[in-house]
Design a protein around this ligand. Sequence first.
Ligand SMILES: [Zn+2]
Length: 222
Amino acid sequence: MGSDAPQIVCRFSTRCKFVSLGEAPEFVGGTLDALRQPLEEGEVRISRAEGTACFPARFTLVLAANPCPCAAAKQVDCSCAPALRRRYLARISGPLLDRIDLKLELSPASRAELRYDLEFAEASRLVAERVLLARERTLKRLGDTPWRSNSEIPGPELRRRFTPPPEAMRAADDALQLGTLSARGLDRVLRVAWTIADLSGRDEPGTDDIGGALALWSGRRP
Ligand SMILES: [Zn+2]
């Protein structure tokens, strides 16, 4: 990826709402943070003197960023000072990152890895079947609640009615204690942990599911 102007791709339909923002740190101050409220509440509220209008805005947000402004293909070719790299990524604010469930650092793929991937990557059809099964498990658990997916469960209800066993929660409790996990981040981790458990066919998240969700939220490799 080159470090040019920000790129926006939107795919909206009645079933799938997907927004992808490339070169995220290049967006001018405040633009990305305007997404915080709709990300949290699933709707956009516009208040004027005559009243407030609410518009549905539940969507999946994908942000992509180079690690530094020069966007060198190989790390050895990067001449950016460490402080510059930190400042560049810090343009994506902490409160916005708090609301991003999955953070992944991607390395450039070698030709050998690309060949390996083509050989062993799962067919989309198989992945779709697994997702469908997980969705069914979620729907069964949510029963007659107003929610249809783990992401829709409000934080207080999530903590009150869908708390994993205490022993599974130990890593998350420790992270909260250390201050490396925020209260909002905990809700995000819980929702992802339930999704991992649903994908694995387990009745509730275990230690590994919480640990995996925590690693994905914090962006460190598990
Ligand atoms: Zn660089």
